[in-house]
Design a protein around this ligand. Structure first.
Ligand code: DAH
Length: 360
């Protein structure tokens, strides 16, 4: 075997044995690099006699071509193997179900949803939102609202009292959102049109009562608003909120210290098959209290009852949420059970709007 054939065999073996592209490159440099063994032989051609060159030239060029070809072929094999390995390592099972993102998994609590719905409805009628603190003075929660000290209506509220302060005054956890009426009339000049959703507290707990619950108050004060306007507002609200084309309402005379006259409002419903439906049926369901703001309340806020008048209403948010979405136990609202929330909660990016639908 010629020395060239022996060298070619040696190099081709080294090429075939190269385990990766780096090892292959090392072999290439040792053979075809500037000082490689094959390159040196090629350089030697220049100093040969024409006779020698004619004999050895084809052999040396053949050696170079053979080595080059073997390197190319091995390169391809190694690239293919590297691709295979990568495909194996990056295996994807496309049949696996998609894992929900955090924003897809989170839910909006039904109370927050209903507050957003109320806000959308009343904002459309020109109301703004007013808020007040959960801890109130006795004056704001009761006295200013025409509950004189010692008045029996105070006892109906199952109030949580704080210990008396240095002056002997006891703060309370507000028992209703009505003190925000007083705060609003003290802070703004009529015309006033606000709703005031918020937390309220009474010492009570059963299937439909929790010590902390939610109310929304409405207040309209100007020079001409009357019960006819109140009826229209409440009717439009009920239709929009319960998403029905018509509702029948009944105003029953009632008593609240802060309104005169006062009424409780029932809406007509059917309870067939254990399911409540509005806009039909023979049953009545109480949903709110309302009335014309009492002259004493206006006076307590520095407004002249001979000049200003208006109406107010108060409604349990939890109660209308239960009616609309069919929960039967209020206590579960506040247990923070993820299973309950997943079932009754709302998707965070489904904003309630009148145009796009409140609950869909
Ligand atoms: N504050 C009353 C309650 O908690 C609800 C209420 C009734 C509010 C009549 C009002 C109203 O503004 O006019 O029972």
């Amino acid at each position: 075997m010629s020395e060239y054939a022996a060298l070619e065999r040696e190099l081709v073996t080294a090429i075939a044995d190269a385990p990766d592209e780096a090892a292959l490159e090392a072999v290439r440099i040792s053979a075809l690099g500037k000082k490689g063994r094959v390159s040196e032989l090629l350089k030697g051609l220049g100093s040969m006699t024409p006779q020698e060159r004619r004999e050895k030239g084809p052999l040396i060029n053949g050696l170079r071509d053979g080595v080059q070809g073997a390197i190319e072929a091995r390169k391809e094999v190694l690239a293919q193997a590297a691709l295979e390995a990568r495909l194996q390592a990056e295996k994807l099972d496309l049949t696996l179900p998609l894992r929900e993102s955090a924003i897809g998994r989170g839910r909006v609590h039904p109370i927050s949803q209903v507050v957003d719905e109320l806000t959308a409805i009343f904002a459309d009628m020109g109301f703004s939102i007013a808020e007040g603190p959960d801890i109130e003075t006795d004056w704001l929660n009761f006295t200013a609202l025409n509950f004189p000290p010692g008045h029996p209506a105070r006892d109906m509220h199952d109030t949580f009292f704080f210990p008396p302060d240095a002056k002997g005054e006891r703060k309370v956890l507000r028992t209703h959102t009505s003190p925000v009426q007083i705060r609003t009339m003290q802070a703004q000049k009529p015309p006033i049109r606000v709703i005031t959703p918020g937390r309220t507290y009474r010492c009570d707990s059963d299937q439909t009562h929790t010590p902390m619950f939610h109310q929304v108050e409405g207040l309209v004060i100007d020079k001409t608003s009357h019960l006819g306007h109140l009826k229209w507002i409440l009717e439009e609200f009920c239709k929009a909120f319960f998403e029905v084309p018509s509702v029948k309402m009944r105003f029953r005379p009632s008593f609240f210290p802060f309104t005169e006259p006062s009424a409780e409002v029932d809406i007509q419903c059917s309870r067939r098959g254990g399911e409540i439906r509005f806009g039909e049926g023979e049953d009545w369901l109480e949903i709110l209290g309302c009335g014309m703001v009492h002259p004493n309340v206006l006076r307590n806020c520095g407004l002249d009852p001979d000049e200003f008048q208006g109406f107010a209403w108060g409604m349990g948010i939890d109660r209308i949420a239960m009616l609309k979405y069919g929960m039967d136990d209020l206590r579960q609202f506040f247990e923070a059970d993820v299973r309950w929330l997943t079932h009754y909660g709302f998707r965070p990016l489904d904003f309630p709007t009148l145009a796009g639908g409140l609950s869909s």
